[in-house]
Design a protein. Structure first.
Ligand code: DUC
Ligand code: ZN
Ligand code: ZN
Length: 480
């Protein structure tokens, strides 16, 4: 009998802690040995001239997420996780949404049912909370204890935003119940005011979306979150940082010792406001929030990645079809004002190839940093203890890459279920050729094969990163 179910042989194994030439031995669902000249496996995978990375962890993706108006975003759990796996990602953290008129326990259970039906890779949830009322505050401790260890708050969007008092109350609840917080940080009133002015002047094209939310809108909100997190002694992550000004606020807070982390996304390292400047409503394809900036800001973000201030690059996959139905990018046709365009771009499948190409191939980061920002760091920050590494005892979630292949990204070759990609025509170097999830080969040589619903919910226990520091800015500890 073979010692291993699978041996990945002769590759360059690259994790956040190091790079070496060797083999990976897998038994059942887990990695059991990493070394040289391992004995034969029942299945042998030739990884010569390949890089063997831990499967990506995408800690920010909106999949099959119902909206308050009854629509659902374009990907199902089946298509979204298929796209993830074909792009080398093996765990996703999605968003169980809350609605104004539904109990959060019910909406979370409904979202679980969707994932159980379709997910082909493992998944966990952040809980979107959009009303910090008594009913919600009473329900959250049980939901957190069930393994939903993050509360997500939007500081903007009329239908989802939580005001500052609500955010403070949620931070207090998170602290008492050992939950983490992730924040969409933009100054709501500034954006609304700017939208009104732009609309009054007839400046309503997609490109004006960027005008409505310049970097100061983000910088102010990040500063505010950091101050609140300091007051409450609550660990937080700032989502989708787009610019140096906002990243600098995070750096300053980190320098004060706060438990604050920053994420950026592929689109903020590649897209610019010029992408939105297209005629006949086409710019809507690139509308996302916060807004895409400039190549100068891309360079700044890479700098903050290199220094570790931003330590996760996720996709913020938020797919809406480019079409004219309600919920699609142009609900009022080609002249749809930007205020009515759904925010978000698809990017689950392209996240890692773009990050590898722009990051590793173009010499901005090394292989270890790539493995850290795409897999190890999100697994660690969100308490996915069996993910993010290739080491004995870890789940055999692995992506084997051809680092030399040149791929021109085309919608027709992608595996999501949205009808465009914002990266159409971009040529990247490197793509995953084989992806394993818990030892099972799901993507190999252009073929995807997985049973819908095989993905498992990753319930998260309390972990180091969400522990408060026990330090308050004044003499009063409100939690004693
Ligand atoms: N911005 C968000 O806040 N969420 C989804 C997509 C987007 O662009
Ligand atoms: Zn957001
Ligand atoms: Zn998002």
């Amino acid at each position: 009998m073979a010692d291993f179910d699978v041996v990945i042989r002769g590759g360059t194994v690259a994790t956040a802690s190091g790079v070496f030439e060797g083999d990976v031995g897998i038994a059942g669902e887990q990695v059991v040995t990493v070394g040289k000249n391992l004995s034969k496996g029942t299945r042998e995978i030739d990884a010569r001239k390949r890089i063997v990375f831990p499967g990506g962890v995408d800690s920010h993706c909106h999949i099959e997420q119902p909206s308050s108006t009854g629509g659902v975003n374009a990907d199902t759990f089946l298509s979204g996780t298929r796209a993830a796996i074909c792009g080398g990602t093996t765990s996703v953290i999605c968003f169980a949404p809350q609605f104004k008129s539904t109990h959060i326990t019910t909406s979370t259970a409904d979202y679980h049912a969707r994932a159980e039906r379709g997910a082909t890779c493992d998944y966990s949830f952040h809980l979107i909370v959009n009303r910090a009322d008594k009913e919600t505050l009473d329900a959250l401790p049980t939901l957190i204890a069930q393994g939903h260890r993050t509360i997500k708050v939007f500081m903007t969007y009329p239908s989802n935003r939580v005001d500052d008092t609500g955010l403070l109350n949620l931070m207090a609840l998170a602290r008492k119940n050992q939950a983490f917080m992730v924040i969409h940080a933009e100054h709501h009133d500034m954006i609304m005011w700017m939208m009104e002015q732009l609309t009054a002047k007839g400046l309503t094209e997609a490109k004006h979306h960027c005008w409505s939310k310049p970097p100061v809108v983000e910088r102010e909100a990040v500063h505010r979150v950091a101050a609140m997190a300091e007051l409450m002694d609550q660990p937080v992550q700032i989502f989708h940082v787009t610019c140096g000004e906002a990243a600098e606020e995070i750096r300053r807070a980190q320098a004060r010792g706060l438990k604050i982390w920053g994420e950026t996304c592929t689109q903020y390292l590649t897209l610019t406001s010029d992408d939105l400047d297209k005629p006949n409503g086409e710019g809507a394809k690139w509308v996302c929030s916060p807004a895409p900036r400039s190549t100068e800001e891309h360079d700044k973000l890479w700098g903050y990645i290199k220094s570790g201030v931003l330590d996760i690059v996720s996709s913020d996959h938020a797919p809406s079809n480019f079409g004219e139905n309600e919920g699609e990018k142009l609900p009022d046709g080609p002249n749809t004002p930007f205020t009515r365009m759904p925010n978000g771009v698809p990017g689950l499948e392209t996240r890692l190839p773009i990050l590898f190409s722009k990051g590793v191939v173009e010499g901005r980061i090394d292989l270890e940093t790539f493995a850290a920002i795409s897999s190890r760091n999100p697994a660690r920050l969100f308490g996915l203890k069996n993910k993010g590494d290739i080491a004995p005892g870890k789940d055999a979630d692995i992506a084997i890459w051809d680092p030399d292949v040149k791929v021109t990204i085309k919608q027709e070759n992608l595996h999501h279920d949205v009808n465009y990609t914002p990266y159409e025509g971009m040529t990247v170097t490197g793509w995953p050729t084989t992806t394993l999830s818990r030892g099972e080969v799901l993507w190999d040589d252009g073929e995807f094969k997985a049973t819908p619903g095989r993905g498992r919910f990753l319930a998260r226990d309390p972990y180091e990163f969400i522990k408060p520091r026990g330090i308050f800015p004044g003499p009063f500890n409100p939690f004693e």
